[in-house]
Design a protein around this ligand. Structure first.
Ligand SMILES: CC(C)(COP(=O)(O)OP(=O)(O)OC[C@H]1O[C@@H](n2cnc3c(N)ncnc32)[C@H](O)[C@@H]1OP(=O)(O)O)[C@@H](O)C(=O)NCCC(=O)NCCS
Length: 161
């Protein structure tokens, strides 16, 4: 999975996607610091432990460098930035039954706005799985020779024994 580059200075405002979801009852917001554990468990359960670990870095920043999508009292998606490395976007995920409704796009746009607000002109989408999604959503371009990039294999389970 290659890394991708995004021009933050050419990004449209994120508010339209967020407003549209609000009308559907879905809120895009930063998690509170005291929601760290519930967010971690959501990511572990629905995605992976390594994604949960990466996202925990967001809670060492103020404001928290992550967004969640909430439907009523339920987390249905998340996105993290400034976590795996400085100026990186990801990981991100939306529950399968909530996909293709604009949630992934809203989480991505809000996170990229967060990176722009930190002063970056470009952002890196780390280890982009759905390359077409990022290309279409924010005009991201694949970075040549970026596999595996910074992503070395994590220590195996046995490493803790
Ligand atoms: C990638 C992901 C976050 C997208 O979330 P989503 O809420 O379905 O995305 P959106 O509804 O906002 O999609 C925005 C646009 O991208 C398109 N799109 C969504 N997923 C796509 C994909 N995998 N490939 C190509 N296009 C995609 C949508 O059709 C939509 O286009 P439209 O505006 O013309 O309808 C979601 O599919 C997911 O959680 N995947 C599994 C985890 C994952 O791969 N995360 C990325 C790791 S780098």
């Amino acid at each position: 999975m290659p890394d991708m580059l995004v021009r933050l200075y050419a990004m449209p405002a994120a508010c339209e996607a967020v407003q549209r979801l609000k009308q559907d009852g879905i809120t895009i917001r930063r998690p509170q610091p005291y929601e760290c554990s519930v967010v971690r468990r959501f990511i572990e359960k629905n995605f992976s432990e390594t994604w949960a670990d990466e996202t925990m870095t967001a809670f060492s920043h103020q404001p928290v460098t992550a967004y969640i999508a909430v439907d009523g009292q339920r987390i249905v998606g998340f996105a993290a930035y400034e976590c795996t490395r400085k100026d990186y976007f990801g990981p991100t995920g939306v529950l399968p039954e909530y996909r293709k409704r604009g949630i992934g796009l809203a989480l991505l746009q809000m996170s990229l706005q967060g990176l722009a607000d930190l002063g970056y002109a470009y952002a890196v989408i780390g280890g982009a799985g759905p390359v077409d999604f990022y290309a279409k959503a924010v005009g991201a371009e694949v970075i040549e020779n970026s596999v595996p990039g910074i992503y070395t294999a994590p220590l195996p389970e046995e490493a803790q024994e």
